[in-house]
Design a protein around this ligand. Structure first.
Ligand code: 5GP
Ligand code: ZN
Length: 123
């Protein structure tokens, strides 16, 4: 998609702070972070919204979701235990879909938003 900003990021025509890349996916830091950790995971293939996915996309969706905990851990907001053994860390995982869902960029992406509270969180 020639006019898609995220396709341009995939093509490295627009710079981004890449946190992960493989043949199918790119993850990069959000330009307007809502929290200490805020990155986006996108398929390199252009899919406009979650509602444009079909059965053929199930493997892509599964792999994208499976990347979340791994990259969250690498980016410093993974789930862990504090000194007392209580659950600590964590993140929000968000897919905005369509105008009423607050989607601004029409190339499917998962937001991963985390880091020590407080942060404004919601997008
Ligand atoms: P949406 O509202 O579509 O779910 O989220 C789009 C996100 O993309 C926003 O959080 C916005 O800050 C981010 N974004 C928009 N343009 C760019 C860009 O050129 N580079 C990066 N790194 N993030 C962008
Ligand atoms: Zn695109």
């Amino acid at each position: 998609m020639s006019n898609c900003i995220f396709c341009k990021i995939v093509a490295k025509q627009i710079p981004s702070s890449v946190v992960y890349e493989d043949e199918e996916f790119l993850a990069f830091k959000d330009i307007h972070p809502a929290a200490p950790v805020h990155f986006l995971i996108i398929p390199k293939q252009h899919v406009e919204t979650l509602s444009d996915t079909a059965a053929e996309h199930v493997p892509v969706l599964g792999k994208m979701l499976a990347l979340v905990p791994r990259l969250a851990q690498e980016q410093g907001c993974g789930l862990g235990k504090d000194a007392e053994g209580n659950v600590s860390g964590g993140y929000k995982t968000l897919i905005n879909t369509g105008p009423d869902g607050g989607q601004e960029v029409y190339h499917l992406h998962i937001h991963v938003i985390g880091g020590p509270q407080p942060w404004r969180g919601q997008r």
